[in-house]
Ligand binder design. Structure first.
Ligand code: SF4
Length: 260
């Protein structure tokens, strides 16, 4: 029954989360800016790796105003090691847009904010009953709720969203779901009952090798610039051009320099 605690899957999920939900720093805030920082950092980066970066970020730039006023070079240096540095540049631009124009009606108008992050802001900052559907949630829906999401109990939007994140990270994982090892939603899980968990899991495009990839080569050059070097463009012209194009470094003559 949509929106009712009589649905056993949803009520069990909420009971389990109340008893066992992870204590994560971004769960102690409903501040939109801080939720945005967490969500952007968590895109494509595991929770454990994000934790020290999030703490450092919020200590240095606790508000959108503080981040907007910071030099982009410092922002990129603080991001070093998290990967996909375009996220840092977009976060910086988003903070500047928020400071100059306020939060837009359409959150996807902010740089780097796609439909998932917009839904996460509405759910985790504003407490709306919106499901932020990332790959974890998509997988859980396909496996445990194949008929569609049965409905979020009134006032439980935040809890449902966070509970699904924990379930997807700790139990209903992509490669090794722990169906028979205590999954809190095992009861009533038809995919597990019928042994078709792998079959019903949405297929993801296989990621290319990181070793030797453009992403890795960009990271190497950017790390060199961030640590004070001025590498020559010809060291890796493809990676260098791509960093310049993304506004993450600038080129003077044949050398790369940090953004001030
Ligand atoms: S029983 Fe298995 S497939 Fe079903 S929700 Fe739990 S981990 Fe996912």
């Amino acid at each position: 029954m949509p929106g009712s605690l009589t649905d056993t899957g949803v009520s069990r999920l909420l009971e389990w989360f109340e008893a066992s939900g992870a204590d994560l720093p971004w769960r102690h805030t409903r501040d939109r800016y801080r939720v945005l920082v967490a969500e952007v950092q968590l895109q494509a980066t595991p929770v454990d790796r994000v934790l020290p970066y999030y703490a450092n970020w919020i200590e240095r730039w606790p508000t959108a105003e503080a981040l907007a006023a910071a030099p982009l070079g410092e922002v990129l240096a603080a991001w070093q090691g998290l990967g996909y540095p375009r996220r840092a540049r977009n976060l910086h631009r988003a903070a500047q847009a928020i400071v100059s124009d306020g939060w837009p009606e359409r959150l996807t108008d902010l740089p780097g904010v796609g439909p998932y992050t917009a839904a996460a802001l509405r759910c985790f900052a504003d407490g709306e009953a919106v499901l932020p559907i990332d790959t974890n949630v998509e997988r859980i829906l396909a496996r445990r709720f194949p008929e569609g999401w049965p409905g979020t109990p009134e006032g439980a939007g935040w809890e449902v969203g966070q509970a699904l994140m924990d379930l997807g990270r700790l139990w209903c994982t992509a490669r090794a779901p722990r169906c028979e090892r205590g999954c809190p939603l095992r009861g009533g899980c038809l995919a597990a009952d019928e042994g078709v968990v792998a079959e019903v899991t949405p297929k993801r495009r296989p990621q290319g090798r990181y070793e030797g990839s453009l992403r890795q080569r960009r990271g190497t050059l950017l790390a060199s610039v961030s640590s004070g070097g001025t590498p020559a463009v010809e060291e890796d012209s493809e990676a260098a051009e791509s960093l310049v194009r993304d506004g993450l470094v600038f080129q003077v003559g044949d050398r790369l320099h940090p953004i001030a």
